[in-house]
Design a protein around this ligand. Structure first.
Ligand SMILES: [Zn+2]
Ligand SMILES: [Zn+2]
Length: 141
């Protein structure tokens, strides 16, 4: 049984390309020129400062396992980067790791989520916690 296809004429008398005012979109797009892109491309392998020095903007000699500043001020010294890895590439890997953990949390059911969170919140630092989670949970394809 074939039915006649009636043309829907309601759409035809609308303008195909509506002229949106340009200003309407300007606020929505990401504004360039923010502080994000300050260092262009530094290929120098700089010793990464530890987290507390970075936070306090104090000078860090990058010594492991604890830098001199942290040692003298008896702070907890934690590094977000692996030794010998440039802070740029370490930053990228770290972001990827975080994204993977978020994906894991998204896919996991609630009991698995609890376990993952347990690992994340363990006595280790955030970075090590993330690594532990990835070791345990990430499927390496
Ligand atoms: Zn330091
Ligand atoms: Zn330190």
């Amino acid at each position: 049984m074939t039915r006649p296809r009636w043309e829907t004429d309601s759409a035809s008398d609308r303008p195909i390309s509506p002229a949106y005012p340009k200003q309407a979109f300007e606020g929505l797009s990401a504004t360039p020129g923010s502080s994000q892109q300050r260092a262009k491309e530094r290929r120098k392998l700089t010793k990464a400062a530890c987290s507390s020095c970075r936070q306090r903007k104090s000078k860090c000699d990058g010594k492991r396992p604890a830098c001199s500043t942290c040692r003298t001020k008896s702070r907890t010294c934690e590094y977000m980067t692996e030794e010998g890895v440039s802070s740029q590439s370490a930053y990228k890997t770290r972001l990827e790791d975080y994204a993977t953990v978020l994906q894991l949390l998204k896919r996991a059911d609630s009991s698995e989520c609890a376990l993952i969170l347990e690992d994340l919140r363990g006595p280790k630092g955030v970075v090590d916690g993330v690594k532990e989670v990835l070791d345990k949970w990430a499927e390496h394809e």
